[in-house]
Design a protein around this ligand. Structure first.
Ligand SMILES: *Cc1c(COP(=O)(O)O)cnc(C)c1O
Length: 378
């Protein structure tokens, strides 16, 4: 799509400055492939930052989810309990494996998987004789889910947890980085995320065997032999050394990006909460990277999120609806779902505001003024 110049986008890449050094070095040394020093370097940086013991750099967050599900043992015919309120890339890898997602509704405090609903879903699926092989827990918009409650249920029923922390790099739960709290976690470095490799992802885990097996599958599952020998079905999922170079530069500024995104959130909140827009607070002991600032529009205002979005669009400002939950997607129409449609209601009432870490004060002011003007004209 071609946009008018001067557009304020939802969430764009924001270079730190050192990316070019890593990429230039890769080109100079001819490490222009999925092998080269930036790969272990970037994996080391991810471990340092998250305190995970192992990281595997991959070419997308989706690939990381696909491999994480396999690594914890998801097989065709199994069921995977998955947050319904998410981007489609969380759920699709369950289908890739021939397994069935069981969609679990959110709770209102964090918008992530509701522990009570999870328990109900598990109990009913077990009564129906299903094999539940994973809980895929999403930390939406960077807000950590209720991990303690979810992990307690997971342990009770002996189901592994994979965290989809694609949007939540840098977020913390009781001091721990999200993504490192289950058997495996994944991050995305897609261009819209808090840091980017232009396209990429990573799996993190404290289980060395799981990490080694993931790396094996991601590189076409080549057996140890001088010829091309294969006993497993693998994938072409490794990250390139060029992309990893961008990642190394980006991770140097991750802390700053988190701070900047949180400042964007605070700017909007200070200016707009009195105008009838609701913001999602951080629960106690939780630190969100505030990847995207989301607002709920009080129905008493007499304006829909769609109308507000169009007012912003007229000013060349990119605002987006919240993720449309999976249980409302045509693709997942006949998929089992547990819940009261809370996320469907949030979808009806919510909007994502431009949240890039490189927004200028002038741009933020323009977004706020546009919203104030539209609300004032009611
Ligand atoms: C972006 C995203 C993904 C997928 O990551 P890619 O790197 O784009 O493949 C998965 N889950 C969620 C919640 C995401 O936001």
């Amino acid at each position: 799509m071609i946009y008018k110049p001067g557009r304020i986008f939802l969430s764009v890449p924001h270079m730190g400055g050192h990316e070019k050094n890593y990429v230039d070095k890769a080109l100079e040394d001819n490490w222009v492939t999925t092998v080269g020093p930036n790969i272990p370097g970037f994996e080391h940086d991810i471990c340092q930052h998250t305190n995970a013991q192992h990281a595997v750099a991959l070419n997308s967050g989706t690939a990381a989810i696909h491999l994480a599900l396999q690594a914890v043992g998801v097989q065709a015919g199994d069921e995977v309990l998955c947050s319904t309120f998410t981007f489609v890339a969380s759920a699709n890898p369950i289908l890739y494996l021939g397994a069935t997602p069981v969609l679990v509704e959110s709770e209102a405090e964090t918008w992530n998987m509701c522990p009570q609903t999870l328990r109900q879903a598990i109990e009913e699926r077990l009564r129906l004789g299903k094999k539940l092989s994973c809980i895929l827990l999403v930390h939406l918009y960077g807000m950590p889910a209720k991990v303690k409650e979810i992990m307690a249920i997971a342990e009770e029923y002996n189901i592994p947890v994979v965290e989809d922390a694609a949007e939540a790099l840098g977020s913390r739960y009781f001091g721990h980085q999200v993504g490192t709290l289950g058997q495996a976690g994944i991050f995305s470095f897609n261009g819209n995320k808090i840091i980017t490799t232009s396209g990429g992802g990573a799996l993190v885990t404290n289980d060395k065997k799981l990490a080694d097996h993931t790396r094996f599958l991601a590189g076409q599952a080549k057996d140890a032999a001088p010829h091309y020998q294969h006993s497993h079905m693998g994938y072409n999922y490794l990250l390139s050394n060029i992309s990893a170079g961008i990642g190394r530069g980006q991770i140097e500024v991750l802390e700053r990006r988190v701070k900047e995104r949180r400042e964007v959130y605070n700017f909007y909140k200070e200016r707009l909460r009195e105008k009838g827009l609701e913001f999602l607070p951080e629960p106690k002991n939780v630190f969100s990277n505030r990847w995207l600032t989301t607002v709920l529009i009080n129905p008493e205002l007499g304006i829909t999120p769609g109308q507000l979005r169009l007012a912003l669009e007229e000013q060349n400002i990119d605002a987006r609806p919240l993720w449309k939950p999976m249980h409302l997607q045509p693709l997942y129409q006949s998929t089992p779902y547990y819940g009261d449609n809370l996320s469907g209601q949030l979808f009806e009432r919510g909007l994502c505001l431009p949240s890039s870490s490189n927004l200028t004060e002038e741009e933020l002011e323009k977004v706020v003024k546009t919203i104030e003007r539209r609300l004032g004209s009611l």
